[in-house]
Design a protein around this ligand. Structure first.
Ligand code: B12
Length: 466
């Protein structure tokens, strides 16, 4: 086939150009693009990548694009990527007016009307792209392009699509002199390189008002998970090909499916993997399924991302989290019991939230003493019920797409005192001296003994040897 397609990763809203390898925003692949690439390559298409994080500016992009001279560009975008994605499309048409431009990703799906206003876009694909993107390339190649600009992606069978094309990113990064010894950049000491992220399923059964219904438009209301065997096969491939030493699941809430987790951990143990990993969970699940937590720790789980969100029950109810402050406290205790590091996700400055309620969250964080803090100023994202609430009540202070980025730097909504929130955010991360000391001892001990929770449990006779 002669059609040449360049995929463009425009994720520079956070750290800008020349940012590759700086933290998770700039050190991880886009599974969306890696999966589209794998699907299109399997059908014989020639695909490469331009990752804006590796370039030094827009002139550099212009130069590289002219050199590559693709027939088609495909750009992915979250809402936060709107400005660089729009700019990339405009430059592509400027460099080569006959180029075909296609955009897709969460923003296109969730805010289609807004995306339709982006100039110079030939096709917009909503939903998932593994089936529809190669089909569209085929039609473009046969000069039989569809008459409609908007195509709804056909939902793929997750076991039938090829594994994410990690080399799409690695090969590109290497071209720019980045010495890559790990498919992706590890971000915590529990997960040594070579490290990779992996996705076992798409969608989430919960209904949090800061996320839903937006994500349902992308993946549907229910979660679709790959079979355990398919995920195990990918892990074998990652170990063989990249000597994988640790990984994390990107799934919104891997632990929502207890049956899947039990089957996975059983096979993971039987097949002798033993690699440490992290995944996302919820406080209520940890509390209700302590046996599953224990099993995961035995298998190699070293850390949970927990969406604690708040230490106040009214706020937890307001955001439809479906958990309680008490469950947050209990979940942290259970994690500690099994030696599982806690990565605490939480938000400050929600609509209607009072200073007293913010202080409940500060207290929660001080008490649970997480290993890692991941705070945010509440940010209303298009397509979510809380976004609609903010619009209805005229509360938004977001004036540009760049403000959807992580790492709170600026006010997001009216009615909140951001000086106070900044103080609360730093106070929430100030450890009590006793906790700082306990943490230091724990880390020294783990380092000295190269101990994983699973090894410690086996030593203490709390788990079977594998
Ligand atoms: C991993 C992840 C991250 C990683 C990003 C890693 C990376 N390099 O991309 C990190 C942790 C850095 C991150 C950060 C943020 N994230 Co995030 N993240 C995710 C998560 C959990 C998984 C993404 C993923 O890999 N999905 C699986 C792949 C296969 O799906 P996909 O990317 O959507 O791609 C498919 C389709 O969209 C489509 N498609 C995508 N691109 C294209 C392009 C073309 C041409 C076509 C045809 C099709 C197509 O086909 C793909 C295959 O089916 C999602 C939730 C989720 N479950 O998806 C949130 C999600 C994408 N993140 C979100 C948000 C809000 C953020 C933050 C803004 C949060 C914050 N305030 O800090 C930051 C922004 C970071 C920044 N750039 O500054 C939102 C986006 C909502 C929106 N309206 O844009 C999501 C949907 C979560 C949610 N429900 O709120 N995130």
């Amino acid at each position: 086939m002669s059609l040449k397609t360049t995929l463009i990763f425009a994720g520079i809203a956070g750290r800008g150009f020349s940012s590759l390898k700086q933290g998770m925003d700039a050190g991880w692949i886009s599974h969306g693009l890696a999966s589209l690439s794998a699907a299109a390559k399997t059908q014989g298409f020639e695909i490469d990548l331009i990752d804006l994080r590796a370039l030094n500016g827009w002139d550099h992009f212009r130069e590289i694009l002219a050199e590559r001279n693709p027939d088609v560009v495909g750009v992915t975008m979250m809402s936060v990527d709107y400005n660089p994605a729009r700019q990339a499309v405009a430059i592509a048409k400027e460099v080569k007016p006959e180029i075909v431009t296609i955009i897709g990703g969460p923003h296109v799906t969730i805010s289609l009307e807004d995306s339709l206003r982006i100039p110079h876009v030939d096709y917009l694909v909503t939903g998932e792209g593994e089936v529809t993107f190669p089909r569209l390339l085929q039609l473009i190649e046969e000069s039989d392009a569809p008459p409609h600009r908007v195509l709804r992606g056909v939902t793929p069978n997750l076991d039938a699509i090829p594994f994410a094309d990690r080399d799409l990113f690695l090969d590109e990064w290497r071209k720019w002199g980045y010495d890559i010894d790990s498919p992706e950049v590890p971000f915590v000491e529990e997960l040594p390189p070579p490290f990779a992220t992996i996705i076992a399923g798409r969608g989430c059964i919960y209904n949090c008002a800061f996320c839903k219904p937006g994500e349902d438009y992308l993946f549907g209301k229910r979660t679709r998970r790959r079979s355990v065997d398919n995920v195990i096969q990918e892990l074998h491939m990652l170990v063989d090909k990249y000597h994988l030493a640790s990984f994390m699941f990107h799934d919104d809430c891997l632990t929502e499916d207890r049956e899947w987790v039990m089957e996975f951990t059983e096979k993971y143990i039987t097949e002798g993997f033993g690699l440490p990993f992290f995944c996302q969970t919820r406080a209520d699940i940890v509390v209700k399924h302590e046996d599953m937590v224990a099993r995961m720790a035995e298998a190699g789980l070293r850390g949970y991302f927990v969406g604690f969100e708040s230490g106040n029950d009214r706020i937890l109810k307001f955001i439809r989290k479906g958990t309680t402050a008490e469950q947050n406290y209990q979940a942290a205790r259970i994690c500690r019991k099994y030696g599982i590091a806690v990565w605490a996700n939480y938000m400050l400055g929600l609509p209607t939230e009072t200073k007293e309620e913010v202080l409940d969250t500060v207290r929660l964080l001080k008490d649970i003493d997480p290993d890692y803090y991941s705070p945010a100023f509440f940010t209303p994202h298009p397509g979510t019920d809380l976004y609609d609430y903010v619009v209805e009540h005229d509360l938004s202070r977001i004036t540009d797409y760049d403000s959807y980025r992580r790492n709170p730097t600026e006010p997001k909504i009216k009615g909140q005192d951001y000086e106070f929130l900044k103080w609360a955010m730093s106070e929430s991360q100030r450890r009590k001296p006793i906790n700082a000391f306990k943490r230091w001892v724990r880390h020294q001990w783990q380092r000295a003994h190269r101990a994983t929770p699973a090894k410690v449990m086996r030593k203490l006779g709390l788990a079977k040897a594998t």
